[in-house]
Structure formats: structure tokens, C-alpha cells
Design a protein around this ligand. Structure first.
Ligand SMILES: NC(=O)c1ccc[n+]([C@@H]2O[C@H](COP(=O)([O-])OP(=O)(O)OC[C@H]3O[C@@H](n4cnc5c(N)ncnc54)[C@H](O)[C@@H]3O)[C@@H](O)[C@H]2O)c1
Length: 336
């Protein structure tokens, strides 16, 4: 089988990491095009993609027939303008989360895919490819500890740039939990409520966090999410599941513990790049294999839409302080 030629669109923090991953660890594919308006970022990414050609925009890259598939890693608000031309060109797409930052553009993307008649879009909710989340989902489904009653999730970043604003707490960060709570419970998020903890004075000006998000699900399972982006000490994503007869926990840092000088220490991640390295590798390898078979293997555009609909209620809840009910459009039979 010939190698899959991938165009990576957007080579900032995440895209540049994907370029390295495809070059070093992914089998059966290489980066054939870097699509990036910022020349210095493009050049730096190309150091890890010797076979790639640089294009400043997606239209020129498509015109040059420089790829068989597209990996989109532009910021969320710039997903739709690069995704639609790729979709119209009939190219398989792995689009970083969120599919789009709002419900309306997510539905437009879904409609465009349905009109094209073939499922081409996979969304980069990579936690579904993390071993801990996969094990927990299996454990929940097995009911080995009894019925699942609730989930406690924590998502902590050491810091965020000044450009990160309040709504991003929901549409850029909590969106991961919104997707993964449905993945774990097989039940859609039906309500969202947001409470503020005491503000961390180390947060960037204008950012009011940490927040506590309550996600109600159709099954009755309640999930609490601590979203905390200025913790300074490291990057942590954890979940504790509460069952009738037990507790299960994922995301605790493992590795060498050091007993020294009157203290016990274990290193903590500082970035999503290391915390989820194996999940990103797994996600992209499985996507490459699926594209070779003409399909997808992971969250679909419809999953991206469902997350966007819950995000809409989440942003409303952040502003209103009330419990917001999530409303979903009817699922097109195309996604059954
Ligand atoms: N799955 C995860 O854990 C995870 C982690 C971080 C980021 N992300 C996602 O990855 C995406 C990118 O985030 P980031 O932090 O790397 O952003 P970034 O700002 O660091 O990089 C984005 C890049 O896209 C480029 N760009 C903007 N518009 C473009 C266009 N029209 N065509 C081509 N390139 C364009 C920018 O010049 C920039 O280099 C976002 O969707 C984000 O949510 C996912």
C-alpha cells in the first residue's frame, strides 16, 4: 500500500507536534504539505517534514493535489474555513477539537458532510484513545463495581496565554470533558451549571477561574469538572468514577517516586504534549489505518456537533449562573 500523504494545516503548538509524530512514529504516512500562513512557523515545522512543500493557504495546496488527507490544527474559529474546501475536494479529514467553537458552524459542517454522501471527518477528541479512559469505559460497561453513579473530573493547566478568555474555559477546555463524559457513560449531557471558586489572582487579567462545572446526563450520572488553568505546578487531567460498590481513578501520574531529604516526590506533566502523547499517537495511527480502508475510526462530525451543542449551554451557564438545558438537533440517519 502506498504511503498516505498528509497535509498538516496550522503548525502552531499542536500542529507542529503532530508533524513530529507523523514523521517519527506513525507508520504508513508522511507529511507531504505544510499549510501555514506564518512563514517562520512553516519553516520550523518543515525541519521535521523533509518531504513537505509549504503552502500559505488550503486552496493552493488542494489545487496542487499535494495530499491524500488533511489534519487540521488551526485555532477552533479557523476550522470551518479550511475544513469545507477539503471536504468539497473529497479529502479525509482529522480535525482537532473542537469541530467548531459554536453550534451553528458545527451544524453547517455536518450538513456539508451529509450532502457529500460520505463520512470523511473525524474529530480530534483524543482522550477516547487514552488507555486510562478506554479502561474506565470498559470497567463502567462491565458493572464490575456496580452501577456508575457519578464522575469527578479535574482539568488543570499550569498557565494559559493572555489571549485565553472566559468562554474558552468551556469551548476550548471543558469541551474535552463534555465529549468524554458521553464516551464513558454512553449518555448525552442534558444540563450544564457553572460555579466559580475563589478567583486565582495568578490568572491572566479578565479571566475568572477556577470554575466548577456540573454536567447532568440523561442516565442520571452527574459529572463534576474542576476547570483550573493557572495552577502553576503542572498539567493534570484526572477522573474519579463513583460506583455502587467502589471507586476507580485514572490520570494519576506514574513513574519513579523519589524519597529524599524528608520528602516523597513523583514528577508531574507540564504539558498536554507529554500527558497525552500515547493517546495522540494512537489516535493518528488508527486514523491513518482507517483512511487507508476508506473510513474513519473515532469521533465523527456528529460527535463534534453534540459537543458543540452542550458547549453552547455551557457558555450560557457560565454567563447566567443558572442550570442550562442542552437542546440537540435530530440525528441524521447518515450517522447511524
Ligand atoms: N487535543 C488536544 O489536547 C489539544 C491541545 C492543544 C490544542 N488543541 C487544538 O489544536 C488546534 C490548534 O491549537 P494550537 O494551540 O496549536 O494553536 P496555535 O495558535 O498555537 O497554532 C495555530 C496555527 O494555525 C495557523 N493558522 C491560522 N489560520 C490558519 C489558516 N486559515 N490556514 C492555515 N493555518 C492557519 C496559525 O498561524 C498558527 O500557526 C485548536 O483546535 C486547539 O483546540 C488540541
Amino acid at each position: 500500500m502506498t504511503e498516505l500523504r498528509i497535509a498538516v494545516v496550522g503548525t502552531g503548538l499542536m500542529g507542529a507536534d503532530h508533524v513530529i509524530r507523523i514523521g517519527k512514529r506513525i507508520v504508513g504516512a508522511h507529511v507531504s504539505a505544510i499549510v501555514e500562513p506564518d512563514e517562520s512557523r512553516a519553516k520550523s515545522a518543515m525541519e521535521n517534514a523533509p518531504e513537505a512543500t509549504w503552502y500559505p493557504d488550503i486552496e493552493t495546496a488542494i489545487e496542487a493535489k499535494s495530499m491524500d488527507a488533511v489534519l487540521i490544527a488551526t485555532p477552533g474559529q479557523f476550522h470551518e474555513p479550511v475544513l469545507l474546501p477539503a471536504l468539497h475536494a473529497g479529502l479525509p479529514i482529522l480535525c482537532e477539537k473542537p469541530l467548531a467553537p459554536d453550534e451553528e458552524s458545527s451544524l453547517r459542517i455536518v450538513d456539508a458532510e451529509v450532502s457529500g454522501g460520505k463520512q470523511l471527518i473525524q474529530v480530534g477528541f483524543m482522550r477516547r484513545f487514552d488507555q486510562g479512559y478506554m479502561d474506565l469505559r470498559e470497567h463502567i460497561a462491565s458493572e464490575a463495581s456496580g452501577e456508575l453513579l457519578g464522575l469527578h473530573c479535574a482539568h488543570r493547566n499550569p498557565e494559559v496565554p493572555d489571549s485565553y478568555h472566559n468562554d474558552m474555559l468551556i469551548f476550548d477546555s471543558v469541551v474535552h470533558e463534555i465529549d468524554v463524559v458521553r464516551f464513558l457513560t454512553d449518555s448525552p449531557v442534558t444540563t450544564v451549571e457553572v460555579k466559580h471558586m475563589k478567583r486565582n489572582s495568578l490568572s491572566p487579567t479578565g479571566l475568572n477561574e477556577p470554575i466548577l462545572v456540573l454536567l447532568g446526563t440523561e442516565s442520571g450520572v452527574l459529572a463534576t469538572v474542576e476547570m483550573n488553568v493557572s495552577v502553576q505546578f503542572g498539567y493534570q487531567v484526572k477522573t474519579e468514577a463513583v460506583f455502587q460498590r467502589g471507586i476507580a481513578e485514572i490520570g494519576r501520574t506514574s513513574g519513579m517516586s523519589r524519597f529524599f531529604d524528608g520528602a516523597i516526590s513523583t514528577p508531574e506533566h507540564m504539558s498536554f504534549k507529554t500527558r497525552f502523547a500515547a493517546a495522540y499517537d494512537n489516535q493518528i495511527q488508527r486514523w491513518v489505518n482507517a483512511v487507508q480502508r476508506g473510513t474513519i475510526d473515532g469521533p465523527s462530525a456528529w460527535d463534534g456537533y453534540l459537543a458543540a451543542a452542550a458547549v453552547k449551554s455551557g457558555v450560557a451557564a457560565l454567563h447566567s449562573g443558572s442550570v442550562e438545558v442542552v437542546k440537540y438537533a435530530n440525528k441524521p440517519s447518515f450517522y447511524n
